[in-house]
Design a protein around this ligand. Structure first.
Ligand code: ASP
Length: 437
């Protein structure tokens, strides 16, 4: 039978009203067989995410500070939820046990994982689905990485005999039973693993927005909605998807050709955005989306006859590698190369990197330019289509925006431009206007 894996994020499960919506969604399609919940998220902007509170409790104990008040907030959230949903689960017993464990020095990952664990127990009872502890089927290696073979073996074995189940997101366990978690937002990864393990028809990811928009709505008013985006396009648009969908959750499903459908729990009739390997129809000349991010630094390096120096670039890149710094782009000229690096990645290592390049590569000129913003214009409809870049650049020049860097992805799927941080919002609006139709 065809099955759907449905993952619900923290905002979809933040209170009993949201749980009711989730139940309606799950029960409205019999194929929604495996449900992966996050921990309860914020109910309003002044509220706390349960996971954040759990991390804080653990931190307080580590620092020998009292954590009773924090724990009461967690207790309050779960007890209200269970009573409003009329459940029989003895959630206070579970909470008491957790408190004991926190006091006795339970690991940070164990404590953080309980947000999903409790929510899973509650949702399972509420839906009438079986509860499967993720610790039984999501297997981590000692290093903290996923043990793929052991995980998929366990998922296949366990789920082949359970037709409907709730499996909490975000955590699993190593073979010796120690609870481990993915990085923040990692319930998306659990959902993707389950979807791959059961060869789901589709992996539904339910959140509080109806998928992706062509541009950031905080910058462009009423941007168009994206109905379909390919996995490749989404990678190029990664500055856009970052807070909607966990990047690492793409890989398990992508390779098996399982589409991801981002849906809105508060508006289930909307189709959302589907992420897939190939679109049925590529709209030639159209772009799929525009995404961008501020705060990059460009390290510009010049050296006469650089093109003849065998291994010159390798030496530069090994300096980044030794400092554990990833780069975003490396546009180059005949005697020059620039390293475009995210400031968050660069941290406070700029001086040491410059010093090492100076000493080891002896450039003629070495300058760091801060405050650059990157904008990605992405779409399969751009491939082998004339006039796209002229539209892009004339939109920027008409709006008096100076372009500091241009980089076209080798597949013609994306064009990246670098502009001053202060021009960022205007540039996004100008590009959107040029391509909205
Ligand atoms: N609850 C975890 C977090 O807040 C994981 C998730 O929600 O996906 O990061």
């Amino acid at each position: 039978m065809e099955v759907i894996v449905a993952k619900f994020g923290g905002s979809s499960l933040c209170d009993s009203e949201q749980f009711k919506k989730v139940k309606d969604i799950v029960l409205s399609d019999n194929r929604r067989a495996y449900v992966v919940p996050s921990a309860p998220g914020k109910r309003n902007s002044g509220d706390y995410k349960i996971t954040d509170l759990l991390y804080l409790c653990h931190e307080h104990v580590e620092k020998s500070l009292p954590f009773d008040e924090l724990f009461k907030l967690i207790e309050g959230r779960y007890t209200i939820l269970c009573s409003e949903l009329n459940l029989s689960i003895d959630i206070l017993k579970y909470l008491r046990e957790l408190k004991e464990k926190i006091i006795n020095g339970a690991s940070q990952e164990y404590v953080a994982s309980r947000g999903e664990y409790f929510n899973g127990l509650i949702l399972a009872e509420y839906l009438g689905y079986e509860f499967i502890d993720a610790a039984e089927i999501i297997v981590f290696k000692k290093s903290g990485r996923l043990d793929e073979k052991a995980t998929y073996d366990a998922v296949n074995k366990r789920l082949s005999v359970v037709k409907k189940a709730v499996i909490p997101g975000f955590y699993g366990a190593s073979r010796d039973g120690e609870i481990r978690t993915f990085s923040r937002g990692g319930s998306d990864i659990t959902g993707a693993i389950i979807a791959k393990g059961v060869w789901a028809l589709v992996y539904e990811n339910w959140t509080d927005v109806s998928g992706f928009l062509m541009a950031d709505p905080n910058i462009v008013s009423n941007p168009k909605h994206i109905e379909e985006v390919t996995y490749k396009e989404l990678r190029e648009l990664s500055y856009m998807g970052a807070n909607v969908f966990h990047e690492e959750a793409i890989f398990p499903v992508k390779n098996n050709g399982i589409p991801i459908n981002i849906r809105n729990t508060n508006n289930p009739l909307e189709k959302g955005t589907t992420i897939l390997n190939d679109k049925l129809e590529v709209k030639v000349g159209k772009i799929t989306g525009i995404a961008g991010k501020k705060d990059f630094t460009v390290i510009a390096i010049e050296k006469t006859l650089m093109n003849r120096h065998i291994g010159y670039l390798r030496r530069i890149l090994s300096i980044l590698e030794n400092n554990n710094v990833a780069f975003e782009h490396i546009p180059s000229g005949i005697d020059s190369v620039s390293l475009v690096i995210d400031d968050a990645e660069l941290d406070n290592k700029l001086d040491i990197i410059l010093e090492e390049i100076e000493n080891q590569c002896k450039p003629d000129s070495l300058i760091a330019y801060p405050n650059m913003a990157l904008i990605a214009v992405v779409g399969e409809g751009m491939i082998k289509t004339k006039g796209i870049s002229s539209r892009l650049f004339s939109a920027l020049s008409k709006n008096d925006i100076n372009i500091r860097m241009i980089n076209q992805g080798s597949s013609e799927l994306s064009i990246f431009v670098g502009v001053e941080n202060e021009d960022f919002e205007n540039a996004i609006r100008a590009v959107y206007k040029a391509f909205e139709n």
